[in-house]
Design a protein around this ligand. Structure first.
Ligand SMILES: [Zn+2]
Length: 268
């Protein structure tokens, strides 16, 4: 009996040292130079135009800006990999977008949208960047309802979104659990982006906000949803349609992401 135990422990000892010797090399070969993966999610698309201005549709403006953000990231940051949820005018539901980010094992999820106000509020303009929030109040709740309402385009939304009701102000706490762990980083990124909107792009920043946006709750990484501006404000609609302003907005988002990555590196 004693000899047997001795034999087994000898084998275990050899295995243990083999693991010590080979494990680091295995790890290195698999992750020699892991890239920082950013998912860019241009909101809406296809049968879902998003919000409408007098001349522009949200889905077109946000696709143009999103492609520019990806281009900047690809060209200027060699250690970043960009994954788009769409690059053409196609419809994907919110679940597909969140799943794509989770399956890509992304480090960041950046959803890009344009805003709207009800008639009579055409004077309102500026950028907003959202992070997941459990408290739905006032205007933030209106944004959540509008951006979540795409869920209603699907007949089976009740099963698909596990009882999530875009029109309810009572938030199911379970939806927020995943994002809670990433909240601090999401806020940091959102703040970087809003700072750059105001400094780099000369936009009016309306600040970082929290809201119950389905797509933010269901991504398991730091996530933000950007509202580029109001298509219901005639001047801002014109600007959002201009290639130059789109470039500035994209450059600001790029800089916000770049600063966020640099901050992460500095704290390692
Ligand atoms: Zn939208």
């Amino acid at each position: 009996m004693r000899t047997k135990v001795k034999n087994y422990s000898g084998v275990l000892l050899v295995l243990f040292f083999a693991l010590l010797v080979f494990a680091p090399y295995q790890g290195l070969s698999q992750n020699a130079n892991p890239k920082f993966k950013v998912v860019i999610d241009p909101g809406h698309g296809g049968k879902d135009p998003g919000t409408r201005g007098k001349n522009l549709l949200e889905k077109d403006v946000v696709l143009a800006v999103s492609m520019k953000v990806g281009k900047y990231l690809n060209e200027l940051l060699s250690d970043v990999e960009v994954v788009y949820t769409r690059t053409t005018d196609v419809y994907h539901d919110l679940k597909v977008r969140a799943t794509a980010a989770n399956e890509a094992d992304a480090d960041l999820f950046v959803s890009i949208h344009a805003n709207a106000m009800p008639a009579g509020n055409e004077g309102v303009f500026g950028t907003e960047t959202y992070v997941m929030g459990v408290k739905n109040t006032g205007r933030n709740f209106e944004v959540a309802k509008r951006e979540n309402s795409v869920i209603f385009l699907e007949e089976d939304y009740k099963e698909k979104y596990q009882g999530f009701d875009p029109n309810s102000q009572d938030v199911n706490i379970a939806f927020s659990i995943m994002q809670e762990a990433y909240q601090e980083n999401s806020i940091l990124l959102a703040q970087n982006i809003e700072d750059q909107f105001s400094k780099r792009a000369g936009r009016k920043s309306r600040g970082v906000k929290q809201s119950s946006l389905w797509v933010l709750w269901n991504t398991s990484m730091p996530s933000v949803l950007i509202e580029l501006g109001y298509l219901t404000n005639p001047k801002e609609e014109r600007e959002l349609g201009s290639a130059e302003v789109q470039d500035y907005l994209a450059s600001a988002i790029f800089r916000g992401i770049r600063d966020y990555i640099e901050y992460l590196k500095s704290t390692r």
